[in-house]
Design a protein around this ligand. Structure first.
Ligand code: URA
Length: 247
């Protein structure tokens, strides 16, 4: 359902993508298929962490975002704690209508402790603006809270150890919509192995919360032809919020 101004918003987004990355090259989708196949469903989050791999804490029972952040910031549950500079827990208000989930921090995020502040983050901000959302209003987190060295693919054990944090974040933030950016976030949250191409274009559910899967902004920087589909995915988010407003 187009609104007046939609065409302008999309045009502005297309220009923003070009400003951040340039015209871009075509990169075949599915380059991370092997990883995605390994991505395991989010852990239960309710089970105590075993001694020896990190602080013993029942993450599923932590009742505030601040307390959860405190535990994450001293986490040694997987080997990524050895190479990280900063734990990149999240950005945004403790309660938010929209929660965005990416994959893992990159170099800039590892330096600053804030998710999505590099070029992908700049594009994320513009994507949000193009559908009338602002970064300040949304809660942004990643599947992994620590940077994989050299931006290598996250490993299944890292996902398993880190997933209880994400699961608890969703529960505490209480979003009306979760947006999974990239195959990795979508497959991890949904516990499926389908390609992003198959997952996007419809609304899923994660723990009772509508979930929209869309391209990762970093992939979008390389694939300009995905700009309009990304925008359409985010329009779906806007419509879900509008439906709630009317209810
Ligand atoms: N990519 C992500 O998935 N997350 C970030 O925080 C930055 C880049």
């Amino acid at each position: 359902m187009a609104r007046p101004g939609d065409a302008r918003a999309l045009a502005a987004l297309l220009r923003a993508r070009m400003d951040i990355e340039g015209p871009g090259m075509f990169v075949p989708p599915g380059e991370r298929a092997a990883l995605m196949a390994q991505a395991s469903r989010l852990g239960s989050g309710g089970s105590p962490v075993s001694a020896g791999v990190g602080p013993v804490a029942d993450i599923g029972s932590i009742d505030s975002i601040d307390a959860l952040r405190g535990i994450a910031e001293t986490c040694t549950r997987c080997s990524l704690h050895e190479s990280r500079r900063t734990v990149v827990f999240a950005d945004g208000p403790d309660r938010a209508r929209v929660m965005c989930v990416g994959e893992a921090p990159g170099a800039r995020e590892d330096e600053t402790g804030v998710p999505f502040v590099g070029r992908a983050g700049q594009l994320l901000d513009r994507l949000l603006v193009s559908v009338g959302l602002s970064r300040e209003d949304v809660y942004i987190a990643n599947v992994l809270k620590c940077r994989p060295p050299g931006n290598r693919n996250p490993q299944p054990d890292e996902i398993e150890q880190c997933s209880p944090f994400l699961r608890r974040q969703v529960a505490l933030v209480g979003p009306e919509v979760v947006v999974a950016f990239g195959t990795f976030a979508a497959q991890t949250l949904l516990g499926v192995r389908e390609s992003l191409g198959r997952l996007r274009g419809r609304v899923h559910e994660y723990e009772g919360v509508p979930l929209v899967a869309t391209y990762h902004p970093a992939a979008l920087l390389r694939n300009p032809q995905w700009t309009r589909p990304s925008w359409e995915d985010l329009q779906r988010v806007r419509h879900l919020l509008a439906e709630n407003d009317r209810a």
